[in-house]
Structures are given as C-alpha cells and as structure tokens.
Write a protein of this length. Structure first.
Length: 456
C-alpha cells in the first residue's frame, strides 16, 4: 500500500500555490525554498529562521521540517514539532497534515490514531490536502486498536484523493474494491493505476486473472502481469514468481534456477519468506550447487525478522551439522523459538532432539509430538503410534490408539503403513473397529484431541 512518508517530496510542489495569497514578501521565503530544492539545507535554515521567528506560518512549517528531519542542522524532532504546531495554530494546511502524519506513525510522539484523525480532518477542512484524504482512507480501510474498519468511509476518502490524481489512492481504490469483491470497480481502478505504472496494481490484477475474480481465469495473463510487477521491483510479485517456478504452479514447469532468481530479488529487499525459500534452495542444491553457507546466511536474515520457519531450518542445520558445527544446544534454542509460533515440524524435531539428548523424556516429548500431530505433522503421528504401542514414562501401551495413529499417518508414511498392517493382524476385529472409529472421530475433530491426551 502507498502511504505518505516523506513530506518534502510533495510539499515543494504545492507550497507556492498556497503562499501566493500571503501578505508577507515572498523574496526571502523563495530563497529558502530554492535552497531546499538544491539540497542546500544550511542556507535554507538561514533564510527561513528569521521568517519563522517573525511568525510566518510557511517558514515555521518548513523550518520545522528541516529541524525535524535533521537537514542542515542537528535532528531535533521535539523542536521540529513545536514549529509545526506554531504553523498549525495559523491553520496552515501542510502543518496540520504533518501533525496528523506524526501522530499516525508515532514519530517523536506516542502514536495516537485519534489525534492523527483530528489533524488530518483539519488539514482537509483548511486545504483539502490530498495526503490527508489518502492517509485517513488507510486508517479506515485497515482499522486500528481504537478505530473500526469502515470500508465505505475509506472509499469516499480515496475517491477525493483520486480526483486530485493521487496515484496511491487510485491504486488503493482498486485494492479495496477487490477485497470486497466488487470486481468491475476493482478492474476500473486497478487498470488505471497499472497504466500509471504502479506495480502493486499489476500484482492484484495478477491475482484476479489467476483466480478468475471477475475475469476469465487466464494463467498466461496472470504470469505476464506478475512479471510486469516484478520487473518494476514489487517484492510480492518477485516472491510469488519464485513460488510458481519452485513448486510448478499456475501452469509453469518447475524451474529451480528461475525460482532462485526471483526469490533473491525479493530476499534482497528484506522479504523474510523469500529469504527462507531461497535458503531452502541453497540447502537442497535446487537450481544450482548446494551452498549451506548461503543457506544459513539467508535463514539468519529471516530469523532476524522473527520468521519461525527460518528458526526451524537453522535448528535443522545445527542439529545435523550442515554448514555449521553440530550443536544440539543451539538447535534446541532455534526449535524452541519456532514452536512458539506452533511450527509443526519444529515441534516434531524438538521432540526427537530431546530423545537424542536424553532430556525432557516422557511427558514433555510426548506432548510435543501430540501438538505436532494436531497440526497434521505425519512423522509425529508415526512416533505417537510407536509410543502408544510400546508405552513410555508418561503413557501406558494402548494398541488401539497405536493403530489409530498409524492409520492416520499411513497415506504418507511407508513404515506407518507396515505397522498398521501388522497391528490389524494382531488385534481382534472389535479392537480394529474401535481404532477405525477413533480415526473417523479424529478427522471430524480436524485432528484436535484425537486421543484425549491433553485432557488426561
């Protein structure tokens, strides 16, 4: 989504229009603005400070902007905000907007969306500031802690900004209409935004063609739009092209080399899911040589962004000594991080690691496997079948539950299939029937509490 961040980019284009009606001479102010446009911020400070001290709302705003951003002078957000307020007291529209922006994003102040709305609305009343319309639209589109989502209000605000030809609002109108499944209006605004060169519009159009949302499903057109967005640098388009080639989706053949290319573009923009998937390709030697060092590097970049799958993969590499010395303690730490996000494979691996390390036997290990099985982790189902067959410090042997878990895992696990068949021969017809009913109940419960272990 496009949301206003750097105010200088916009204001230099509109300030002169607002200032023409001022009674104060434009000469010194124009010198200050000319210095800003040339990047000579120290000179701009010299030109604007006297005007600001005289109470010129324009100069107070721009002088505050330079101080707030540390341009030509040491950064001082608090002092910059004071000058914004002085300008806002005179109802200078751009200062009103900037105070909204500051409270909206918690810049130098505690974030306060209600206060941000107040300032944005004043900016709209005093000067119809296009970014205030847009940013208010964002607030109502997505809501916040104290603000409920209000799609109708967001649309009206975006339309006001779009009527002033603000590109972000044109694009967001397409996105919001797509979200509420008004596909005709979505196409209208998204095509307009795409024609204006906005890559996210092409990305959402890609989704529409791939899914057949309001258009005839067309994988070829969807991929074309994805590449347009990706070539323009849009990270989600790059990531999804990586996925399409990685897994052979939407009519494309698997092409791991192409997957590496697209993942890397998104990964280099800091997208953690691409960093993880690229690391997996390096680790598995898909699309090129095995490179465990690069795999670890990308996993660590993703882990730094709290990516649970990255933590799981780092746990694997430390557990088995791939690209790094084997270290069970570190592996345990990485798995432990991943299971906080209910990562099923991490739950399974930490249980098996505990078995290897001889720690957390009995109840902790069994519960970790059980939680993994509830998340449909096949290997965990098999291990539970073994535990119920043999018993452990926590559970007594129960061949009926053992058979149930083997049956649940059997479609995807060869040894589970063999164990299932052996148990069916060993057990009575009544016990096999009980296991089948337990399996059916487990499916009905979507794998939750299949053997009532949590309860008892």
């Amino acid at each position: 989504m496009i949301r206003f961040k750097n105010f200088i980019e916009y204001i230099t284009k509109v300030t002169v229009i607002i200032f023409l009606s001022s009674e104060i001479s434009l000469a010194d102010f124009d010198d200050g603005m000319d210095a800003i446009n040339k990047g000579n911020y120290e000179q701009a400070i010299e030109e604007l400070k006297p005007l600001a001290d005289q109470g010129d709302a324009r100069a107070q705003f721009w002088y505050g902007n330079l101080i707030f951003n540390g341009l030509g002078t040491p950064k001082n957000m608090k002092l910059g905000i004071e000058f914004y307020r002085l300008s806002a007291e005179k109802n200078f529209p751009l200062a009103l907007h900037e105070l909204g922006h500051i409270y909206d994003n918690g810049l130098g102040v505690e974030q306060d969306i209600d206060e941000a709305i107040n300032w944005y609305e004043k900016a709209i009343t005093e000067g119809r500031v296009v970014y205030s319309y847009h940013n208010l639209g964002m607030i109502y589109q997505y809501g916040s802690k104290n603000i409920e989502v209000n799609v109708d209000k967001a649309i009206k605000l975006y339309e006001e900004a779009a009527n002033q030809n603000y590109l972000g609002s044109i694009q967001n109108l397409g996105i919001i209409y797509h979200q509420i499944k008004d596909y005709d209006k979505a196409l209208k605004w998204l095509n307009k935004a795409a024609d204006l060169g906005l890559p996210q519009a092409n990305y959402v159009l890609m989704e529409m063609y791939l899914n057949g949302d309001g258009v005839k499903q067309d994988f070829g057109e969807g991929i074309r739009l994805a590449k347009l967005a990706a070539d323009s640098g849009y990270y989600l388009a790059q990531h999804n092209l990586g996925r399409f080639y990685h897994f052979g989706l939407v009519g494309l053949e698997k092409d791991y080399k192409a997957a590496r290319k697209w993942y890397k573009l998104a990964a280099n923009q800091g997208f953690s899911n691409s960093q993880v998937n690229l690391g997996i390709l390096y680790d598995d030697g898909l699309g090129g040589e095995v490179d465990d060092k690069e795999a670890i590097r990308f996993f660590k970049l993703a882990f730094d962004q709290q990516n649970a799958t990255a933590a799981y993969r780092l746990g694997l590499m430390h557990e088995f000594g791939e690209g790094t010395p084997q270290n069970y303690d570190l592996a345990n730490e990485y798995y432990d991080y991943a299971i906080q996000d209910d990562h099923p494979d991490a739950l399974y691996r930490i249980a098996m690691l505990w078995k290897t390390m001889g720690i957390n036997q009995g109840k902790p290990q069994t519960l970790a496997l059980y939680l993994a099985a509830q998340l449909k982790q096949i290997d965990a189902m098999f291990e539970l079948g073994m535990i119920y067959y043999n018993g452990n410090e926590f559970l007594k042997p129960n061949p009926i539950y053992s058979l149930m878990w083997f049956m649940l895992a059997s479609n995807y696990h060869e040894q589970a299939t063999k164990n299932r068949d052996v148990l069916i021969e060993e057990l009575s017809e009544d016990d096999v029937e009980k296991a089948l009913k337990l399996q059916e109940r487990c499916y009905e419960r979507d794998f939750q509490n299949c053997s009532d272990l949590i309860k008892g």
